[in-house]
Ligand binder design. Structure first.
Ligand code: EPZ
Length: 425
């Protein structure tokens, strides 16, 4: 049986500019939105990652014709012949739940498996369901999600929590609903506004009336349009964190000052030199990072939960004690146990992680159990003494096109290896 792992030889500072792939969390809702109406949309800078490939497979299963040439994907949703998703990929990824709003918007019916996604918490869909019910949808039975709505009617929805996915599902359902909708306490992540901008290019009428409220005027149809996905701010933040971890200097392009503002502030708190001009960012570190007395992950524009594990990897070798409170997901510290194998000193109390910086981590065999936790282990391996092997690297491929290519270009010594029953290839 083939066993794939990443092998990293640590201890070298990284230097260079890294080209950032298209945003996973912008591409996924934008692709799902293509099924709202007929016609062919061309989505450029679409990252070649497993979650996107799974999404394209789901769309093919619905009857869309989907093709990819390089980083561009063409989707023609004219041929959709069912509102039932049977593709097993839907039970693997979290973003399959976005087809709920899109199918209801197009057909008034939707049947799909309960979504999957990284095991970082329970990840229920109660907020999605309650919001869609307010638009006139009704849900039936247990097991797979079965929903119908004769005609979705606009409404004033107030989300109890600014859920990214629930906000996106509301946008997808309201775009073609009858009348006006307001989504109050909506998520403010840049990926939400990118989805709205793409829909507006197709003829939707969506804008923010205040930072936390989306106003949507339902329209009767959407025209096909082309779109270029923005660079991935979480991948950019991960690679800038690699400079912090290894004591080097990394530059990335494509993320606005606003998109990474909270992350830039944390780099400065750690004593890194941070430079931002327009959509160019650079982080340089000479000497040892300083610990962060206390930090909470927060909904955007706060510090993103998706960079909590990569930050933890950096703080493992910072001076002094750091504390991170994870306020978004209830089980997003699993990487701490792998980092402890490498010599990190971390204590977990509920949703609070306390990290006592050590001078150096030691390479070891570790296992990724979620996407961003896997990226954090890469950062740990890059700074550690000796060699680190990361199993479960398939998790990393869900969100990073080619982390070996990207960090290798900045001097990292890492590669993917496969063993077949013990002997390496
Ligand atoms: C999106 O997940 C992202 N995924 C996540 O990125 C990201 O971590 C998260 O938003 C928060 O920013 C995609 O965009 C594909 P939520 P989502 O709904 O929509 C609870 C990555 O690594 N909740 O904002 O699932 C939920 O359990 C991934 O790229 C409910 O209780 O996140 C969580 O605790 C990981 N009921 C919190 O809200 C619901 O109905 C935030 O979830 C929905 C959510």
């Amino acid at each position: 049986m083939a066993l794939k792992y990443l092998e990293i030889s640590g201890g070298r500072p990284l230097f260079g500019e890294i080209q950032i792939q298209g945003s996973k969390n912008a591409a996924l809702p934008i692709l799902a939105s293509c099924i709202l109406s007929e016609g062919t949309c061309r989505i450029g800078n679409c990252p070649a990652i497993q979650d996107v490939e799974d999404t394209l497979e789901i769309m093919r299963g619905l009857g869309c014709s989907v093709s990819r040439r390089g980083d561009a994907v063409w989707v023609d949703a004219s041929g959709i012949r069912t509102w039932e998703i049977r593709a097993e990929q839907a039970a693997r990824i979290r973003s399959s739940v976005l087809f709920l709003g899109a199918l209801l918007g197009r057909f008034g019916e939707a049947v799909l498996p309960r979504p999957g996604g990284c095991a970082i918490g329970g990840r229920p869909i109660d907020l999605h369901q309650k919001a869609l019910e307010q638009l006139g949808a009704s849900f039936h039975g247990f097991g797979p999600i079965r929903a119908e709505a004769k005609k979705l009617k606009g409404s004033r929805i107030r989300l109890p929590f600014p859920s990214v996915g629930a906000t996106e599902n509301c946008v997808l359902a309201c775009a073609l609903a009858k009348g006006e909708s307001w989504i109050e306490n909506s998520a403010r992540e840049p990926e939400i506004d990118e989805l709205c901008a793409f829909l507006n290019r197709r003829g939707a009428r969506i804008w923010r009336t205040d930072p936390g409220t989306l106003y949507i005027q339902g329209v009767s149809r959407l025209e096909p349009a082309d779109w270029e996905i923005s660079p991935d701010r979480i991948v950019a933040g991960t690679y800038l964190m690699a400079a912090a971890c290894t004591g080097g200097s990394i530059c990335v392009r494509g993320c606005s000052g606003e998109a990474l503002a909270a992350v830039g502030k944390v780099f400065r708190q750690m004593g890194a030199e941070v430079w931002n001009q327009g959509n160019q960012w650079a982080v340089a570190v000479k000497g040892r990072l300083q610990g962060i007395p206390y930090l909470e992950t927060r909904p955007y524009p706060g510090f993103p939960t998706d960079l909590q594990s990569p930050l933890m990897a950096a703080l493992c070798v910072a001076s002094g004690r750091s504390r991170i409170r994870e306020t978004i997901f209830e089980n997003r510290f699993s990487t701490a146990w792998e980092l402890k194998k490498m010599g990190a000193e971390i204590w977990i109390q509920g949703n609070l992680a306390c990290i006592e910086g050590v001078s150096r981590l030691k390479g070891d065999m570790v296992r990724a159990t979620d996407l961003r936790g896997g990226a954090a282990l890469v950062l740990a391996g890059l700074q550690a003494e000796g060699t680190t092997r990361i199993y479960g690297c398939e998790y990393i491929e869900r969100g990073y096109e080619d982390i070996c290519r990207d960090l290798g270009g900045a001097g990292a010594r890492m590669r993917t290896k496969v063993t077949f029953g013990g002997d390496e290839k």
